[in-house]
Design a protein around this ligand. Structure first.
Ligand code: SIN
Ligand code: MN
Length: 276
């Protein structure tokens, strides 16, 4: 079956895109590739997502600006339906060669002037140590809700770094500055990463492989591997950089540790999603 740009077929990505994902650890798809209305649905929902006083909402260090809202596939039916779009499921199932569910979902806002950084990290270390997910058989799908430019804090990858596997990291003890009274799980979601890869390791990989910041118009879809080494800079531009992110996990790779982290960080019901 060929890939359907209208987003109606539960088909895998085209073979050349699959090959690029496995080689580089990411692929950037143009707007409309996986489901034409992803952007419109997400933008319609965004004002109410941001306004809600939700337990999955994380503020920036300033205590005012919304940084992220987690657990949208559990709290927002329209977003939950998006995660089951045939073209999205087809692409992710094809990459993982299994049925999938959403382990985590979030919107990262990066507000103008105030959206803070994400330090260098790999995502998988959090899902291994926090949730007992034994293999990096997960896929991040990030939908750009705004145009992403070099100015508003794009994600920055070391392409191909996922092939190095999980890199050694140090575990920062205690709570980050500005979050001293917050629950412990917040320490994994702020501008100061909990698990830090040594700078000399990041330098070596970047010198060997280069750096890339995928940019594109709103509606672009960035698919990336949980072991790719990445960061993103603060947004001091006057323009917002919001991204909706779904973390799909293979159903054969269900968490072995449950109940330690809130439901909005680690889905407690890992059931294979059916396309709708
Ligand atoms: C992430 O590191 O997973 C997200 C960072 C960002 O939103 O730029
Ligand atoms: Mn990350």
């Amino acid at each position: 079956m060929t890939h359907d740009t209208a987003g109606t077929a539960a088909a895998p990505l085209a073979p050349e895109l699959v090959a690029r994902y496995h080689r580089d650890g990411y692929v950037l798809l143009p707007p409309g590739s996986l489901a034409g209305d992803l952007l419109d649905v997400a933008l319609d929902e965004l004002p109410s997502i941001l306004a809600a006083d939700d337990p999955g909402r994380v503020l920036e260090r300033d205590g005012r600006t919304v940084r992220s809202v987690y657990g949208l596939h559990r709290t927002n039916p329209a977003i939950a339906a998006l995660t089951r779009r045939p073209a999205l499921l087809g692409a992710v199932r094809g990459l993982l060669d299994d049925d999938v569910y959403v382990h985590q979902s979030k919107v990262n806002i990066k507000a103008p002037f105030a959206g803070d950084q994400w330090e260098w990290h790999q995502d998988y270390v959090y899902w291994l140590t926090g949730d007992g997910i034994r293999r990096p058989d997960l896929v991040n799908v990030a939908v750009f809700l705004d145009e992403v430019t070099e100015f508003n804090g794009p994600l920055t990858f070391v392409p191909g770094s996922h092939t190095a596997g999980l890199l050694a990291s140090t575990d920062a003890d205690g709570m980050p500055l500005g979050y001293e009274d917050a629950p412990a799980w917040v320490a994994t979601l702020t501008a100061d990463e909990k698990f830090r890869v040594r700078h000399c390791v990041i330098e070596e990989l970047a010198r060997a492989n280069g750096l890339v910041s995928p940019k594109g118009p709103a509606g672009s879809v960035l698919v990336f591997h949980p072991n790719i080494l990445h960061c993103s800079a603060a947004n001091i531009s006057p323009l917002r950089r919001a991204m909706l992110m779904f973390v799909y996990n293979s159903v054969a790779n269900r968490p072995e540790v449950t109940g330690l982290r809130p439901d909005f960080l680690a889905d407690p019901e890992p059931v294979a999603l059916q396309p709708i």
